[in-house]
Design a protein around this ligand. Structure first.
Ligand SMILES: [Zn+2]
Length: 165
């Protein structure tokens, strides 16, 4: 699925979602969706708000409207939130786009990885009566540093046990 296909599919999904929920489709909503889908990087709400009101688009859209629409897009499965440090970013979701996150249970550090094998598996997965628009896979474990710390702690405990005997 290339970029343009993803956008037209997202537009269709948005129109369906709005109709199902008796909401109006507006040029502002479509412009915001387009901005997110054309951005190659996850964007913050603030950046998107600026993009809408300044520059080529120069729409009359309040920051509150941008925030509300981002929430709506998220509910509709069109965008997803990414938490990085203490900031929130938004990025497009597509069936073939997904994130594999490695989350350390020790320090909470999250890294992303790519696996074409997993990606392909999910792309061919059949979801009955469900129109998948994106996915996130969380893998829990311990990062290199925390693994080493754990091992050290364990060794110390073992040593104490031995000393007792
Ligand atoms: Zn860690």
């Amino acid at each position: 699925m290339d970029k343009a296909d993803g956008l037209s599919q997202a537009r269709q999904n948005l129109a369906d979602y709005l109709r199902l929920n008796s909401l109006r489709n507006t040029p502002e909503r479509n412009a915001l969706l387009e901005a997110i889908y054309q951005a190659d990087v996850p964007m913050q709400a603030e950046e998107l708000s600026k993009l809408m009101t300044e520059g080529a688009a120069s729409l009359r859209i309040s920051r509150a409207t941008v925030y509300n629409n981002l929430k709506l897009f998220e509910e509709a499965g069109l965008v997803r939130k990414i938490f990085q440090e203490d900031r929130i970013f938004f990025e497009r979701t597509d069936k073939n786009r997904g994130v594999i996150r490695l989350i350390c249970s020790g320090c909470g550090k999250t890294t992303e990885m790519n696996s074409d094998k997993v990606r392909r598996q999910i792309a061919v997965m059949r979801t009955r009566r469900f129109n998948a628009t994106g996915w996130v896979l969380n893998v829990y474990g311990f990062c290199g540093k925390c693994s080493a710390d754990l091992k050290r702690k364990q060794n110390r405990l073992n040593k104490k046990d031995k000393d007792k005997k």
